[in-house]
Design a protein around this ligand. Structure first.
Ligand code: SF4
Length: 710
């Protein structure tokens, strides 16, 4: 990560307006979006959006030609532009030909993408943005910080200041008054403009229609008042039929602004008359700008399913801390990172891809069903291939890929850490490592790893067997979690084995783009775990469970290692997370907990992978209740704690405020303890509470349950 980029993160974090406004917005957004979807099946809606958009992405050429034929039959002129230069040249020539001196624009990310305003202004043409947010940022010479709300990063005080200094003195920070002021100023621009430029949310091939979904009414004025209307439309906006508009119209307002429908939905098919009755010139530019290349890429084609609702930004724990300008380009957030890598170039995403914490919150709300985190990982992989890994990282992954060496080093570290470790924590690290213990204590490496202590647990002879997959944290820092898992399974009549050949699940390597290392880890683990004749492979770490169930397969697929996929699937079929397996055993009557209600109140933190990939968020809550605990919910229980493996080491400046918010939410519940199912989250939250000197206990659900077995 470059120093300049790190500095831009620091600047954003130091801006209290940004953090406060975005933090409050994201909290309110979650609730209002849920209300907007009340009574609707979001999963069905997004299946429909995905299908419509995926069809479009795989039939771009066919739909573009059909659209052109229909739109031209209705009087439009359709121009196919392959790159930004062609779009700009077409509009400039049109403007010159028609003596255009003034242009009004409605909000359009496609024109932002190609920096159209700058180009036209350089030729002496006046360009006025008429969407309120776009006008504000135009006055400030900024790019949008958010796809739907371009000026979301600014307070009303800042907007009043901008209006006062750039337009007319004396504006007050009063929102209705500022809106009225803007409306008055912009109204004259509409009336005096020679050309209107818009984008479009949807382009319908069947009818040659453009659909514009807006709230301010400015798009209607832009597209109807001036004598020439130019629509710049990315070809991914094409859908096959008018019927296909429906799911997008259901999802876009709900996801973007939590509305059932926006104030305006305009459908433009062909020329409309000017006020004197003459037909208005309608030019539709279908812009490619690498979208066809994207459609031809089997991994990235799904990014064309984006309907630009920006909900992925609204729920992103990183975006709400730093806002959009840190991303440095027009498109922001996770999807912005992907679009930047394509519409600009891969290396432009080098720094910004590192912002993704891989919590998966974006994937959960995306109406296009785009797997944004997976695509970010693919970017990381391609970047690593294109420019190579930094030497230090390469050396670390080489060690991780050598199980014996890796484990010997961990054992050696458990001795070397002694001067720093106290009461199971490392609270201060020296010199350049001090950042790592500034905001949370780190766990000390256990004196004896779980793989050693396991040998001392005498196993019952049972018909059913499970292999435990520990993962690095349980194995070397939290052996008590592994021992608890074993105790619970033994009690249910399951014999547990610990395959010695198991090693790191490869998640750290994969999440850093080192897929070869991840594949090496995957092969070692598959070999070790499939050697055992067991019914289940169980893990008490959701990240490891996801690695065993999904990531090994995905890594092999990405590397074209077809031969390895069969065994990876066999392992995936046997693998279960701890909570899901134990819930099953309880439901089957094979496991019971002691009677009696516990005095302790527990709040539960959802680990990202357990909730969003394994969908097992209910099982631990049910189990804790069955074991006699009162479970009280915390606010934002499913927002990432900021750990995310090596993320908290690479970007402690972001990990720390994310953790801070989590700890506040935990404390607000008044619970005396917090449970979770991920050793990584335990490390982060326990370490954070230790730094605060809090008495709130932090435990893995397995440890809690093991103490309550009948
Ligand atoms: S990626 Fe999904 S959530 Fe993000 S803007 Fe696009 S459609 Fe919306």
């Amino acid at each position: 990560m470059t120093t300049t980029f790190k500095e831009s993160i620091q600047d954003a974090l130091a801006n209290p307006n940004l953090r406060g406004a975005l933090g409050r917005f994201s909290e309110a957004y979650k609730i209002s979006r849920e209300k907007a979807y009340a009574g609707m099946d979001f999963e069905a809606v997004r299946d429909a959006v995905r299908d419509v958009k995926a069809y479009g992405a795989s039939h771009l050429e066919e739909l573009a030609e059909a659209f052109k034929a229909k739109a031209e039959a209705a009087g439009a002129k359709v121009y196919r532009a392959s790159d930004p230069a062609e779009v700009k040249a077409y509009i400039l020539a049109l403007a010159k030909e028609n003596g255009v001196r003034s242009i009004v624009k409605s909000k359009s990310m496609a024109t932002e993408e190609i920096h159209l305003n700058k180009h036209l202004e350089a030729e002496g043409i006046e360009v006025y943005e008429t969407d309120l947010g776009e006008w504000i940022i135009q006055l400030c010479h900024q790019t949008p910080s958010h796809m739907v709300m371009p000026a979301i990063h600014m307070t009303k005080e800042e907007v009043a200041e901008v209006f006062s200094t750039k337009v007319e003195e004396g504006q007050q920070p009063d929102i209705p008054k500022l809106v009225k002021f803007a409306r008055g100023k912009l109204r004259n621009r509409f009336l005096g403009a020679d050309m209107g430029i818009s984008g479009a949310n949807i382009a319908v091939a069947e009818t040659g229609s453009l659909v514009l979904i807006t709230n301010e009414g400015n798009a209607r004025l832009v597209t109807t008042l001036p004598r020439i209307h130019v629509a710049v439309v990315g070809i991914e906006k094409l859908v096959a039929t008018f019927q296909d508009v429906q799911p997008i119209l259901q999802a876009l307002p709900r996801n973007a602004t939590s509305q059932l429908l926006t104030s305006y939905v305009s459908v433009i098919t062909g020329q409309v008359p000017n006020t004197d009755g003459s037909p208005k010139q309608l030019h539709i530019i279908l812009m490619d700008n690498k979208r066809s290349e994207m459609a031809a890429d089997p991994k990235f084609r799904q990014a064309l399913q984006c309907i630009r609702c920006a909900s992925c930004l609204n729920v992103c724990p990183v975006f709400r801390l730093v806002g959009g300008h840190v991303f440095g380009k027009v498109y922001t957030g996770g999807i912005g990172t992907i679009l930047t890598a394509w519409f600009d170039e891969l290396k432009q995403s080098d720094d910004i891809q590192g912002l993704c914490i891989q919590c998966g919150a974006c994937k959960d709300v995306c109406p296009g069903r785009i797997d944004i985190p997976e695509l970010i990982l693919e970017l990381r992989r391609r970047l690593a291939v294109e420019k190579g890994m930094p030497l230090v990282q390469k050396a670390i992954f080489a060690v991780v890929n050598n199980r014996r060496l890796f484990h010997s080093l961990l054992r050696a570290a458990s001795v070397a850490q002694k001067p720093f470790a106290k009461g199971g924590f490392i609270r201060h690290l020296p010199l350049f490592l001090s950042d790592l213990t500034d905001f949370r204590s780190l766990p000390a490496i256990a004196p004896r790893p779980f793989r050693d202590t396991f040998k001392e647990i005498v196993q019952p002879e049972c018909k059913e067997k499970a292999a435990i997959y520990a993962g690095c944290l349980i194995d070397f820092s939290y052996p008590e979690m592994g021992e608890s898992v074993v105790r619970v399974l033994n009690k249910a009549g399951i014999q547990v084995v610990f395959p010695e050949g198991q090693t790191c699940c490869g998640a750290p390597a994969r999440y850093n783009g080192a897929y070869e290392t991840a594949a090496g880890n995957a092969k070692d683990n598959i070999k070790a775990l499939l050697e055992e004749d067991v019914t289940y492979v169980v893990s008490a770490c959701p990240t490891c469970t996801v690695a065993l169930k999904d990531d090994f397969i995905a890594t092999f697929e990405s590397l074209g290692m077809e031969d390895a996929i069969g065994d990876a699937r066999k392992l995936a079929a046997k693998t279960l997370d701890f909570a899901t397996l134990v819930k099953k055993l309880v439901d089957e009557g094979r496991l019971e907990f002691k009677d009696g209600q516990q005095a302790e109140t527990v709040t539960y933190h959802d680990s990202c992978h357990l909730k969003r990939t394994l969908h097992a968020q209910q099982a631990p809550r049910d189990l804790l209740k069955k074991a006699g605990f009162t479970v009280t919910e915390m606010k934002e229980c499913d927002i990432c704690c900021g750990m995310a493996g090596s993320y908290s080491l690479k970007l402690p400046e972001l990990s720390a405020p994310i953790l801070e918010r989590k700890l506040e939410n935990i404390k607000d519940t008044g619970a005396t303890s917090v449970a979770m199912d991920c050793p990584g989250c335990v490390m982060q939250i326990r370490g954070g509470l230790d730094k605060l000197g809090s008495g709130i206990k932090v435990e893995h659900t397995a440890v809690r349950l093991a103490k309550r077995l009948k």
